[in-house]
Structure formats: structure tokens, C-alpha cells
Design a protein around this ligand. Structure first.
Ligand code: MF3
Ligand code: CO
Length: 248
């Protein structure tokens, strides 16, 4: 079921969105070579709780941490670990969800650590651009398929590929609500977005093939060719004239 948010509810989502963004800003300031992904997780969890909020990922379908930290060929859902040390030249996708006063925020960034290769730099840049291309003409009445169309066109015209096995989603009181928001698709297709719908748009873009493998830990998703992948996500709400980004 797709829920339409009232102005008062959007005001609540603005608060959880702001906290979500703050977590990613904090991680962006603190991330460095030699830290472990578990260090990042602790940082996020402590910050979220200090704000009177809860990390929404923790315990979600049994997920054991507050963030996902996905390095290089890991697309998403990397479980933070004390044994995973961040190294020079890696790209680290950090995904975080916050619930505050009953409302969810969900966002991700891909951080470049140290001396990052030209290919990875371009991948990170294009993945961010994919999100902004997707929202460029988004407003009340836009067909959902336009989002995927714009993400896919931008990724593929830069020689990259779009992950199909995972998609964005509606968001509100629940982290995952309808509709599904694929990062591929045809212009003019699908339901029409309406004012008051909130969605998480999250391009996952691979340097090589689009296919992914699921790890035996039940969570991790890696590129089949083990080439790098980047992730960028914001929670947005549809307005009359465009979108409001709640996590930026
Ligand atoms: N942001 C992700 C999503 O949109 C993360 C959910 S993973 C879990 O689906 F850790 F919460 F399970
Ligand atoms: Co999401």
C-alpha cells in the first residue's frame, strides 16, 4: 500500500531525515585509513542514540548492525566487522536508517578513502549524478518509470551498469513501503507519483556487469565480476512543483 503523507507527517520525516544526513556527515568527517567498518558502526549507533533516535537497521530481519558498510565490490548490505580494516584507495558505501518519533529516514553515500583510482572516482561521481538526474523533473504526476529511465540512461551512457536485483522503495512509518523504485526502466511507465508520497531513491551502479551474487552471511551483495560498485541514496517527498530531499 502506498501511503500519502500529510504536511504534519512530512514535518516529522524532515526531522528523521535530518538526523540520517547528520550520521552520514559525521561518518564522512571521521572515516579514515586504518579504521574498521565496526568503528563506523559504533560511531553511527552512538550518535543516533544520543539524538534520542534509534538505528532502524539494527534487528531489521535480524540484521546485526546500525549501518551497512560495503567496500569496493560489495554493492550493499556489508555487515560491519572488527576484522575489516579500511585501506587506502577503497570506496566505502555507508547506508544508514534512523527512526525518530516513529518516522523513518534512509540514506547512503559512497566515501572515497585515500588515493582512489580514476575509475572508482568516476563511478562514485556518476552514481551521485544518477540520483540527481532522477529527481530533475520529478513532481506530482511523474510516472515512476521515469526515475529508472533517467538513472539507467546516465549510468549506461558512462559505461557503467545498473543493479537490477535491489531497488529503492516507499518510506514513512515503515522503512520499506510501496512502491518499489527500480533504477532501470522505461519513460512514461508505471504508477504516477503523487504529492505527499515519500520514496527512497537509491542507485546502485557497477563498474562492470550488472549481475550480483549474494553472500552466505545472508546479507552481503557483491558484483559478480568483483569490480567496484557505488551506492547513493536519499529519502525524498513529492511536492506540487518537484521534490524535497529530506536527507541532504
Ligand atoms: N537502505 C537499505 C534499504 O533501502 C538498507 C536496509 S538493510 C537492513 O533497503 F540492514 F536494514 F536490513
Ligand atoms: Co533504502
Amino acid at each position: 500500500m502506498i501511503t500519502i503523507k500529510t504536511d504534519a507527517e512530512i514535518a516529522c520525516m524532515r526531522e528523521s531525515g535530518r538526523l540520517t544526513k547528520n550520521v552520514l556527515d559525521l561518518i564522512g568527517r571521521e572515516i579514515r585509513i586504518g579504521m574498521t567498518t565496526k568503528d563506523l558502526d559504533r560511531l553511527a549507533c552512538e550518535y543516533i542514540r544520543s539524538c534520542g533516535a534509534e538505528p532502524s537497521f539494527l534487528g531489521y530481519s535480524g540484521y546485526p548492525a546500525s549501518i551497512c558498510a560495503s567496500i569496493d565490490s560489495m554493492v550493499v548490505h556489508g555487515i560491519p566487522s572488527d576484522n575489516e580494516v579500511i585501506k587506502d584507495g577503497q570506496i566505502v558505501s555507508v547506508d544508514v536508517g534512523v527512526v525518530y518519533n516513529g518516522w523513518q529516514g534512509d540514506a547512503a553515500r559512497t566515501f572515497m578513502v585515500g588515493n582512489v583510482s580514476e575509475e572508482k572516482r568516476k563511478l562514485v561521481k556518476v552514481t551521485e549524478e544518477c540520483f540527481f538526474k532522477a529527481i530533475e523533473n520529478l513532481r506530482d504526476g511523474t510516472p515512476l518509470g521515469d526515475i529508472g529511465y533517467h538513472v539507467q540512461s546516465h549510468a549506461e551512457s558512462n559505461g557503467f551498469s545498473v543493479v537490477r536485483a535491489l531497488v529503492g522503495h516507499g518510506i514513512g512509518r515503515e522503512m520499506h513501503e510501496d512502491p518499489s523504485v527500480p533504477n532501470y526502466g522505461r519513460k512514461g511507465t508505471g504508477i504516477r507519483l503523487k504529492k505527499g508520497m515519500a520514496i527512497a531513491i537509491e542507485p546502485m551502479i557497477n563498474a562492470g556487469v550488472y549481475q550480483v551474487d549474494f553472500l552466505s552471511d545472508g546479507w552481503g551483495v557483491v558484483t559478480r565480476d568483483r569490480k567496484p560498485s557505488a551506492h547513493y541514496e536519499n529519502t525524498v517527498v513529492i511536492t506540487d512543483s518537484g521534490v524535497e530531499i529530506l536527507t541532504l
